[in-house]
Design a binder for this molecule. Structure first.
Ligand code: FES
Length: 183
């Protein structure tokens, strides 16, 4: 049975952390593994994003301090790479691969359709925080192009209409849960 203490821990956390947020323990572990090397910055940012879901300003400062790098350098590196995101993700997300194979099979139509349907620009989250639309370079499943990762699940051959239906179905599951909780 979970205790109040274990309930506050992040996934995979193993011990208490002075910050009170044990997800930092995972990040610390990654930095320790890399001996706090400044050349590990990109790897560390990847871990930070995996663990926290996005890179907040506090997180960037934390990494800068730990690796003894100027915050401007950390911020500069993080913003240079499209892989990093700085806003909290929405309840649901779709990441459309825009690599060559997917592009040829209509990935841009998928991006445009989802952006239009949800009135959200690629790379951002709807105002109500329910849906995030992202794009990515080749996801390594070119034979299934166009590929869209919906809520962490890789979906192949997902053309525009199917992508809209898929995302609508995901959003509907939370709608149902919300209305059940409201009863
Ligand atoms: S180009 Fe989309 S998976 Fe490779």
């Amino acid at each position: 049975m979970p205790t109040a203490d274990t309930e506050t821990k992040g996934p995979g956390a193993t011990s208490d952390h002075p910050s009170g947020d044990d997800r930092f323990e995972l990040l610390d572990k990654a930095m320790r593994r890399g001996r706090y090397g400044q050349d590990q910055l990109i790897e560390v940012l990847h871990v930070a994003q995996e663990v926290f879901g996005y890179l907040s300003e506090d997180l960037l400062l934390y990494v800068a301090r730990a690796l003894r790098l100027p915050p401007s350098r950390v911020y500069g590196v993080a913003t240079f790479y499209h892989l990093f995101t700085f806003d909290p993700p929405g309840d649901h997300s779709a990441t459309v691969c825009t690599g060559t194979a997917c592009f040829v099979k209509g990935a841009n139509d998928v991006v445009d359709a989802l952006a239009r349907e949800h009135r959200v620009a690629p790379g951002s989250t709807t105002e109500d925080g329910r849906f995030t639309l992202k794009t990515a370079r080749c996801l390594g499943s070119c034979g299934m192009a166009p590929v869209v990762v919906v809520d962490g699940e890789v979906r192949g051959h997902l053309h525009a209409d199917a992508a809209i239906d898929e995302v609508a179905a995901r959003l509907a599951t939370t709608d149902d849960r919300d209305s059940e909780e409201a009863v």
